[in-house]
Design a protein around this ligand. Structure first.
Ligand code: SAM
Length: 334
């Protein structure tokens, strides 16, 4: 019998090299909170999966079914920006809906995701008609979520890795009707070149950056590869900063930029954003503490020391994250 993804993970070993490395770094950076986070990250049986409904193939029956199963909607209406068209259901227990199969010509009804992935999407406050860039887009979860929020005038999804680009195209085909897919531009650029290729083109830019991906790295099956990744880890902030510099170039004055990662690492989160804020006089932090206050029923946050940065940490019954989100604005003056 085919095993689900989480059952396969359950059967997998925790990668000791990665766990030891995280243990040292995160107990220093997060104190006692790390013990709970670690226990959740290494126990896939307690992971939770949110269900993002696809507005392009809406099913009343599915919504009813989720409610009957005890799912509730994510902070609908309680945030200043929360489009009614975006419906995401969460369960407090580690239930996992089966994944739908990709079938040519049939749109999927829902997308399973880590609910914290919606925070960077909501932070962008996308409105109809805006030009938006998803700089590191594969496999496409956030692109799909962006399209649940509004109808952008232009959506550019970029991904540098050609295999993952195919995955991104398949995600878009599975969730988005063809007429809309036709107005989405998909490209395979190194994101660091985008700013020069399309300067001041976009109202909104999302940089969901390549990062340590703590949840995945803990289950690396090849410990040699894992050790190599750990040894190269300190190079990631350089790439992240370069991607942000390019994103800033691609953003029009007055536009919004959201940076996100799925790691707890301060070096890839707060330090990257501090470096950007210190080196640009026209990039301003946007306060998103209100978002954390409004979402505290569903998410647990760790202090970041920044008004523009949030860090969602996995907690009991709220096993979402890790997810760091920072919100910046490009001012009109240079
Ligand atoms: N936003 C995606 C989603 O929600 O499904 C996840 C993005 S993942 C965290 C980061 C992506 O950045 C990876 O697919 C990786 O291949 C891509 N990437 C790595 N280096 C890149 C670069 N220089 N330019 C653009 N994309 C890059």
């Amino acid at each position: 019998m085919l095993k689900t993804k989480s059952e396969r993970k359950l059967a997998k070993q925790i990668c000791k090299v990665v766990l030891d490395h995280f243990e040292k770094q995160y107990s220093k950076e997060l104190g006692d909170a790390w013990n709970t986070i670690r226990d959740i990250l290494i126990t896939p049986s307690c992971w939770q999966y949110a269900v993002l409904l696809n507005r392009f193939n809406y099913s009343f029956e599915l919504e009813k079914d989720l409610r009957l199963k005890g799912y509730h909607t994510l902070l609908q209406g309680s945030l200043p920006y929360y489009p009614k068209s975006m419906k995401c259901y969460l369960s407090r227990t580690p239930d996992r809906m089966p994944s739908e199969r990709h079938q040519i010509g049939n749109l999927k009804k829902y997308y399973l995701l880590n609910a914290a992935s919606l925070l960077p999407v909501l932070a962008l406050e996308l409105r109809d008609g805006e030009k938006v860039l998803d700089l590191c887009a594969a496999p496409g979860g956030k692109s799909i979520a962006l399209l649940q929020c509004a109808y952008p005038g232009y959506l550019h999804c970029n991904e540098h890795d050609s295999l993952r680009l195919r995955w991104l195209r398949q995600t878009l085909e599975s969730f988005i009707p063809q007429p809309l897919v036709n107005v989405i531009k998909v490209s395979e650029l190194d994101g660091r070149e985008m700013g020069d290729a399309q300067p001041e083109m976009f109202d909104k830019v999302l940089v969901d950056a390549p990062c340590s991906n703590d949840r995945n790295w803990l289950f690396s099956s090849d410990s040699q590869k894992a050790a190599w990744r750990i040894s190269q880890r300190s190079n990631l902030p350089v790439l992240q900063i370069e991607l942000l510099r390019s994103a800033i170039k691609a953003l029009r004055p007055g536009g919004l930029l959201v940076y996100s990662t799925c790691t707890l690492s301060k070096a890839e989160n707060q330090d990257v954003i501090s470096e950007i804020l210190n080196s640009y006089s026209n990039i301003m932090p946007v306060d998103i503490k209100e978002m954390a206050r409004t979402c505290s029923q569903d998410f647990t946050f760790a202090p970041t020391g920044q008004e523009c940065g949030l860090l969602v940490i996995p907690d009991k019954g709220k096993a979402w994250g890790p997810m760091y989100v920072a919100k910046l604005k490009k001012s009109w003056t240079t």
